[in-house]
Design a protein around this ligand. Structure first.
Ligand SMILES: Cc1cc2nc3c(=O)[nH]c(=O)nc-3n(C[C@H](O)[C@H](O)[C@H](O)COP(=O)(O)O)c2cc1C
Length: 548
């Protein structure tokens, strides 16, 4: 870590990504209005495995009017994959991310106010932030969904507001639609009770303008705190301090009464109107559909301050997986697990997984529970997760740990053989629709809870046993066949209904002695009416299946 700070700034993070081989530096001119996001999109729609996704740093940004920008743009630099997030958090391993969040949320650290800050090396006010080519229009803000979006959008922008009574600040990542050099519109969600929206209601009541600062390019640990669900009334900058293990430096903004991270790259200051709303959108949303035009808050810019050599960060969102879903998933999953295990005390919960591709995390939730979990505890976990947040858990499924929750085929497999719909599925009415496209005929939704855990012993999974598959993999590699990426299940394993007699017969077969098995079954021949009768049914309960 740099001296005097417990956290990295964005440039230091970029350098670390570069050293880790996780950065593409693109020096060729790239049009931010038409090419930039579609190029990075291929990383998420082009069959590139998650672990091989990287950050993109565009050093030669141009736009559709032929303008050139001095400020580089970073996309995917915060969470193109969990490894990039881990580096940003300075976590030793991915397993440390959950405990780090617990530390951040439970042990916030007060900010450290400084007088002089890198984010105010350049200060622009008045005419400098007005008119085409100035202010917001001078920043290289990309268009996220060319062909649908109606302007450049702030996507990695962290919005700081404060409560009109208590003055406690809030920080949230909200989409910002650039409208003029000194004006933008913002969508602060009502359904998720965003902090910004709650604050605005206070200013609306008193008809006072709401002071706002938008941070472009926070230190990563600060940036990750924006999308996290933190209790209203807790300043997320103190949570970021808890995550970092030391205070976040802040400085007073130049034209509004708010404190901003001192090491921010760029800060946009201004006021949100307490009364007027302005049409915002269309814009490609993280639920995977275009959000159509709607009236949202409107903000007038009073100042833009920045470092001498800043970098702008832009998050790639829209259809999942995306950087937006990775940034949330890595933080939310350990929190949800901790809620079930520690708050509700459901100790059989091993893991909570938010399904990511196309569904966008919150709609389909898998809970992995112990093999011997009590049915009542499995159902408490299903009901607990579906009640945790308004937007979480339209479909909740409980599974065992041999089912890969990230593999939808495996989930269907569990549903097909381990759940009896009439007994193991419940549908509960009255749930909010959550984050999704606005429908013309809008109504509430319902929740489906599925217990797809093993309730009885099953025969083994029909693949060669592990020892044979491991040996065959060595042989595969000796033969120089194409590289393998094993997919679970890749070997057979017992699910309870298997005995030592069958084990012994299988061993004889692999030892080349199957004829001995034939001698045994010859002695057991029976005159029966029909085939396909279980040996257990014929030989009776006292037939000893374990006799070798
Ligand atoms: C890339 C990205 C974009 C987001 N855009 C919005 C948005 O436009 N409006 C919104 O209310 N929440 C948005 N969110 C979710 C919020 O950041 C999240 O709900 C956060 O907890 C809000 O903080 P708050 O509760 O302190 O307001 C976005 C999250 C990410 C990662």
């Amino acid at each position: 870590m740099p001296e005097g700070r417990a956290y990295k700034d964005l440039w230091e993070h970029i350098e670390e990504l570069d050293n880790a081989g996780l950065l593409y530096r693109i020096d060729k001119p790239v049009n931010k209005d038409t090419e930039m996001h579609p190029l990075v999109r291929w990383q998420f729609r082009g069959g590139i495995p998650e672990a091989e996704r990287k950050a993109f740093l565009f050093t030669n940004v141009v736009d559709s009017k032929g303008r050139k920008y001095d400020i580089p743009v970073l996309i995917g630099g915060l969470a193109a994959n969990p490894e990039i997030y881990r580096i940003g958090m300075a976590a030793e391993s991915l397993d440390d991310i959950g405990p780090l969040w617990e530390r951040g949320l439970n042990h916030p650290v007060a900010t450290n106010v400084v007088d002089k800050a890198p984010c105010q090396e350049v200060v622009m006010t008045g005419a400098e932030v007005q008119g085409a080519g100035n202010g917001l229009d001078a920043l290289p803000i990309p268009i996220s969904t060319p062909g649908y979006d109606t302007g450049p959008y702030f996507t990695a922008a962290t919005w700081i507001t404060k409560d009109i009574d208590s003055s406690v600040q809030n920080m949230g990542v909200y989409r910002g639609n650039l409208k003029a050099a000194d004006r933008l519109a913002v969508m602060m969600q009502i359904s998720t009770q965003s902090g910004g929206y709650n604050h605005w209601k206070g200013y609306q009541k008193r008809k006072e303008e709401m002071p706002v600062c938008i941070i472009l390019g926070c230190p990563p640990v600060v940036e990750y705190t924006g999308p996290q669900k933190v209790k209203l009334g807790v300043d997320e900058l103190t949570v970021a301090g808890g995550l970092a293990g030391g205070p976040i430096n802040t400085v007073k903004a130049k034209t509004v009464d708010l404190y901003v991270p001192a090491e921010a790259q760029i800060v946009v200051e201004g006021y949100i109107d307490p009364e007027y709303l302005e049409p915002e959108g269309p814009f490609g949303e993280s639920h995977g559909y275009i959000a159509l035009e709607e009236f949202n808050n409107t903000m007038d810019v009073t100042a833009i301050t920045m470092q001498k050599k800043p970098v702008v960060s832009s998050i790639i969102s829209q259809v999942t997986p995306s950087e937006s879903s990775v940034i949330k998933r890595v933080a939310y999953e350990p929190m949800f697990k901790s809620y079930l295990r520690d708050t509700l005390g459901i100790r059989c919960v091993q893991k909570v997984s938010l399904h990511e591709p196309l569904t966008n995390l919150r709609r389909f939730v898998a809970i992995t529970v112990d093999r011997d979990a009590k049915k009542t505890e499995v159902w408490r976990a299903l009901m607990g997760i579906s009640a945790y947040q308004a937007a979480v858990g339209k479909y909740c499924i409980a599974i065992n740990d041999d089912i890969d929750p990230d593999n939808a085929d495996a989930i269907l497999w569990a549903m097909s053989y381990r759940a009896n719909p009439v007994k193991d599925i419940q549908i509960i009415d009255y749930r909010a629709r959550g984050h999704g496209p606005v429908l013309r005929e809008s109504s509430d939704e319902s929740t489906m809870l599925i217990d797809a855990t093993l309730k009885y012993d099953l025969p083994p999974v029909a693949l060669p046993t592990k020892e044979h598959m491991v040996r065959a993999k060595e042989l595969w590699e000796e033969l120089g066949l194409p590289p393998l990426t094993p997919e679970a299940p890749w070997h057979g394993y017992s699910l309870g209904d298997w005995n030592t007699k069958w084990e012994a017969m299988a061993r004889r077969a692999t030892d080349g002695d199957y004829l001995v098995n034939g001698e045994r079954t010859a002695q057991l021949k029976q005159k029966l009416e029909d085939p396909q009768v279980s040996i257990r049914d014929v030989m009776g309960d006292d037939f000893n299946p374990d006799e070798a």
